[in-house]
Ligand binder design. Sequence first.
Ligand SMILES: Nc1ncnc2c1ncn2[C@@H]1O[C@H](COP(=O)(O)OP(=O)(O)OP(=O)(O)O)[C@@H](O)[C@H]1O
Length: 251
Amino acid sequence: MVILEARDIKFIKNNRTILDIDAFALRQGEVTALIGVNGAGKTSLMQILALLQQPTSGQVLFQGEPAGKHNLLQLRKRMAFVFQQPLLLDMTVRQNIETGLRLRKVASHLINQRVQLWLERLGIQHLADGPVRFLSGGEAQRVSIARALALEPEVLFLDEPFTGLDSPTRGQLLLDMAKLLHGTKIATLFVTHDYAEIPYLAHRLSVLDQGRIIQTGTPQEIYQRPKNQAVLKLLQWIPMRGEMREAKGAF
Ligand SMILES: Nc1ncnc2c1ncn2[C@@H]1O[C@H](COP(=O)(O)OP(=O)(O)OP(=O)(O)O)[C@@H](O)[C@H]1O
């Protein structure tokens, strides 16, 4: 089921077409990875889908309902973000997770329950009452993920959430994230420059090139049958996992 959809999007700045997208959809329970070289338009597309940026033309629909000025705030409340930088407030871990829930006017007794649940799910309950300023990068990112998921969003935007973490920390967080997301109803958009992360997390992969979606499919389909030279060029640098290795033969 499609949760969030972009239709006939054009995003033009200074007479330059930054995005030209006929259709792009995020589905319930699916993680969609979005890849493309620097400047391809990933951030612009994410911002438009997140209703933080207005396209020059075209529509964003949330469960079929067109987004507009009248419902912007209400629709944004159904979304959450995790950025490359955790962007935590200078408070305790617990307070960071609580803040968004308070802003969304969740009842106090539910706030405590949800904070406890997500502290546990992210394995950070031992850090709950300490200040975030002493956390490691991996711990801080766990707090930012707990803060996002505690909001129980229908749509989650992950903007390079594992970049900058060392390999073991990143690997563990990636596996934990897959466990947390797979089997939920959340529709997730995952922007990454590290293609090795894709097979762990993404059900679908979309390739963006010069503002256009040039291929969408399962990661396996795209690795095995890149549609054109542009996709092939992007993917040839993927450090392949065992099951992906035969894809190379098809190139
Ligand atoms: N508001 C704006 N005004 C003018 N140009 C813009 C604006 N937003 C984006 N751009 C341009 O659009 C292009 C796409 O930018 P965008 O940040 O969406 O790409 P990206 O794929 O996220 O890149 P990166 O991987 O480097 O983050 C870039 O050339 C950028 O300079």
